[in-house]
Design a protein around this ligand. Structure first.
Ligand code: DAH
Length: 368
C-alpha cells in the first residue's frame, strides 16, 4: 500500500499538530497491519525509518523546519512519540521474534540454584552491648565513648588509683613502649576498663550526668575459657543532687530483670574499687537453676555479675579541677561496670569466651 505524501503543515497549534501526527500514525498502523514477510518488513522500515528518504526523516525535516520557534517543542514531543510507535510496529512485525539459534545462546537454565547471599547479623557481643545500652537508654541515659589508647591519668590516677598503689596490680596493664621520659600521668596504655570515660565525660559537662559507655578494653591476662586479653565492658555513671545507694540498687535491679527476665533477683555484696565508696559486687540469682544451686553457680544459687558503688569524693575532686560543679558536698552519684562477654555467655549459654573471636561461621550463624 502506497502512503500518502507528507503534506505541508500550515498551522502549528496543539490541535493541528495532534491531527497531523494522528493521521501519520493511522497510516503507519495500516501499513504495518498489511505486512507479510521479511521483505515487506524491510520495505516498511525503509519507508518510515530510512535515514535519507524515510517518512519520519521527511517530517522532521519539513515540519520542524517550518515550525515557529515556540511550536518546536510540542512538535518534537509528538515526533518522538510517533517514532516510538513506528519502531514498536516494526518490532511487533518481527512476529517470529528472535531466531531459535539466538534463543539457544541466550537460554538460562531456571532449574539451576541461584546465588545464595548470606544474611548479615550482629555479632553476639555487639548485640549484647546494644541490648544493655538500650535498657539504660530507656531510663534516660545517653551513650558515650572514649579512646582505647588512654593516658595513665585517666585510666588510673583520676580514678583514684595513686601511682604505686597496689590496686593497679588488679588490672594487668599493657603499656605503650618507650615513654619513660614522659611524666607518669601522660604515659599511654591500652585502657584496662571503661571507667576513664567517666572522668572524660565529667570534664566535658557539668552535672547532672546519666551516661552509659560501651567499649573495648585490654588486659595482660592469659586467655582461658573465661578470660581474654581483649574484652568489652559497659560502664555507667549517674551524677545529680541527692543520688543515693538505693537509686543504684533500684537501677541495677531493674537492669538485671530487663536483661535476664523478671524472675531474676539481685543482691549486693561489699567489695572494693578505688573509684567508689562504698563499693559492691552485684550478684543475680542463678539463671540456670533459679537459685536452687547447681554446678554453674557452685551450689550457691547466686552468680556474680558486675561491680558498682557510690562515686568516691576523690573522683569528684579530680573532675572539679575542670568542672567546679562536681563539688562532693553538693552532688553525689553512682557508677557501675559490667563485662559484656560474661553477660553474653550467660544469656546464650556459651562456655568458651574464645568462641566470640574465632570467626567460626558455625558459631556466629546461630545468631543470624
Ligand atoms: N572498672 C571496673 C573493672 O573493670 C568495673 C567497675 C566497678 C566499674 C565498679 C565501675 C564501678 O564504674 O563502679 O573492674
Amino acid at each position: 500500500m502506497r502512503n500518502e505524501a507528507i503534506p505541508n503543515l500550515t498551522a502549528f497549534d496543539e490541535a493541528a499538530l495532534d491531527e497531523a501526527f494522528a493521521a501519520l500514525e493511522r497510516q503507519a498502523r495500516e501499513a504495518a497491519a498489511a505486512l507479510g514477510g521479511e521483505a515487506d518488513r524491510e520495505a516498511f522500515r525503509l519507508e518510515w525509518l530510512g535515514r535519507k528518504q524515510g517518512r519520519l526523516n521527511e517530517v522532521s525535516g519539513r515540519w520542524l523546519k517550518a515550525a515557529p520557534a515556540e511550536a518546536k517543542k510540542a512538535l518534537g514531543v509528538r515526533f518522538n512519540a510517533l517514532k516510538a510507535v513506528v519502531e514498536g510496529l516494526l518490532d511487533a512485525a518481527l512476529g517470529a521474534g528472535p531466531s531459535d539459534a539466538a534463543l539457544q545462546t541466550e537460554a538460562i537454565d531456571i532449574t539451576l540454584p541461584g546465588t545464595r547471599r548470606l544474611l548479615g547479623a550482629e555479632h553476639p557481643i555487639t548485640r549484647t552491648m546494644n541490648e544493655i545500652v538500650a535498657v539504660f537508654a530507656a531510663l534516660g541515659y545517653s551513650v558515650g565513648v572514649g579512646p582505647e589508647v588512654e593516658t595513665d591519668y585517666y585510666n588510673f590516677e583520676s580514678m583514684n588509683f595513686p601511682p604505686g598503689h597496689p590496686a593497679r596490680d588488679t588490672q594487668d596493664t599493657l603499656v605503650i613502649a618507650a615513654q619513660e621520659r614522659k611524666p607518669l600521668r601522660d604515659r599511654l596504655l591500652l585502657r584496662t576498663h571503661t571507667s576513664p570515660v567517666q572522668m572524660r565525660t565529667m570534664e566535658q559537662q557539668p552535672p547532672p550526668v546519666r551516661i552509659v559507655i560501651p567499649g573495648k578494653v585490654h588486659r595482660n591476662d592469659a586467655a582461658d575459657a573465661t578470660h581474654s586479653p581483649i574484652f568489652h565492658q559497659v560502664e555507667g555513671l549517674c551524677v545529680d543532687t541527692n543520688v543515693t545507694f538505693s537509686d543504684l540498687k533500684g537501677t541495677l535491679d531493674h537492669a538485671m530483670k530487663a536483661l535476664f527476665g523478671p524472675a531474676v533477683k539481685t543482691r549486693f555484696f561489699p567489695s572494693f574499687f578505688p573509684f567508689t565508696e562504698p563499693s559492691a559486687d552485684v550478684q543475680i540469682s542463678c539463671i540456670f537453676c533459679g537459685g536452687k544451686g547447681c554446678r554453674k553457680c557452685k551450689d550457691s544459687g547466686w552468680i556474680e555479675l558486675l561491680g558498682c558503688g557510690m562515686v568516691d569524693p576523690a573522683v569528684f575532686a579530680f573532675a572539679a579541677q575542670k568542672q567546679p560543679a562536681y563539688d562532693p558536698r553538693k552532688i553525689s552519684g553512682f557508677a557501675f561496670g559490667m563485662g559484656v562477654e560474661r553477660i553474653a555467655m550467660m544469656k546464650y549459654g556459651i562456655s568458651e569466651i574464645g568462641s566470640f573471636y574465632a570467626g567460626d561461621m558455625r558459631f556466629l550463624g546461630q545468631f543470624a
